[in-house]
Design a protein around this ligand. Structure first.
Ligand code: PGA
Length: 256
């Protein structure tokens, strides 16, 4: 089956949580809890936690990601962080275009594309987030919207670079709300994402792409969501802040 040939990735998105001191404590709990995972385990943490996370995770199976990156290489962009800065710290992944960044920090499909390209050029693996609002779902435009977000995000990304891309389907109405998409809804949209990537890069490339689901994934619903053929992993917010909950989800990916 195609799914078995793809990399399953469970990634925590800590958002604006955990001081560096608290991060160290959480990682100490996570290391033994996920050490036997057969999926890839990633924690995406605030910029101020990256140095601690990289140092703590060295020699373990936990990979470290940032939660955003600027698209310029350097210059007069007060408060921003470049891809080279992240790479130099030992960071491997970066979340791009999370709906909270689109909603509160005016990110657009265009800036998502620029950030994705900058990340890939520097050797980072972007986790590109796409997903619809409740109104858009009710209007029946989910698939068109997600196709468009995916296409624009990948504009100018080469087939070689695509191998480092992860796409996360995150319906906005399911993020932090406790309302999860049904496994069927998650499957349907993850499959649509794979289809559009197939149209752009060919079937083989699409078969190799890791597509995650995110939005209130938790220890109770993870197994069912992750059992779907086009759901290759999860981007986990709230449940990634508790080692035991995150570990259950990692286990579910290992089975799925
Ligand atoms: P949640 O967040 O798991 O808390 O819903 C997911 C995300 O925003 O990536």
């Amino acid at each position: 089956m195609d799914k078995q040939n793809r990399k399953a990735i469970i990634a925590g998105n800590w958002k604006m949580n955990k001081t560096a001191t608290e991060a160290a404590a959480l990682i100490d709990e996570l290391i033994p809890a996920v050490k036997d995972a057969t999926c890839e385990v990633v924690i995406c943490v605030p910029f101020t936690d990256l140095t601690t996370a990289v140092a703590k995770c060295k020699g373990t199976n936990i990979h470290v990601g940032a939660e955003n990156v600027h698209f310029e290489k350097s210059g007069a962009f007060t408060g921003e962080i470049s891809a080279d800065m992240l790479v130099d710290l030992g960071v491997e992944y970066v979340v791009i275009g999370h709906s909270e960044r689109r909603q509160y920090f005016a990110e657009t499909d265009k800036t998502v594309n620029k950030r994705s390209r900058a990340a890939l050029a520097a050797g980072l693996k972007p986790i590109i987030c796409v997903g619809e609002s409740l109104t858009q779902r009710e209007q029946g435009v989910t698939e068109e919207l997600v196709r468009m977000q995916t296409k624009i995000a990948l504009n100018g990304v080469t087939a070689e670079e695509l191998k480092n891309v992860v796409i996360a389907y995150e319906p906005i109405w399911a993020i932090g709300t406790g309302k999860t998409a049904t496994a069927e809804q998650a499957q349907e949209v993850c499959a649509a994402i794979r289809k559009v990537v197939g149209e752009l890069y060919g079937e083989e490339a699409a078969k190799g792409l890791t597509v995650q689901y995110g939005g209130s994934m938790n220890p109770k619903n993870a197994e069912e969501l992750l059992s779907k053929p086009d759901v290759d992993g999860g981007l986990i917010g709230g449940a990634s802040l508790k080692a035991e909950q995150f570990a259950v989800i990692v286990d579910a990916a290992t089975k799925g």
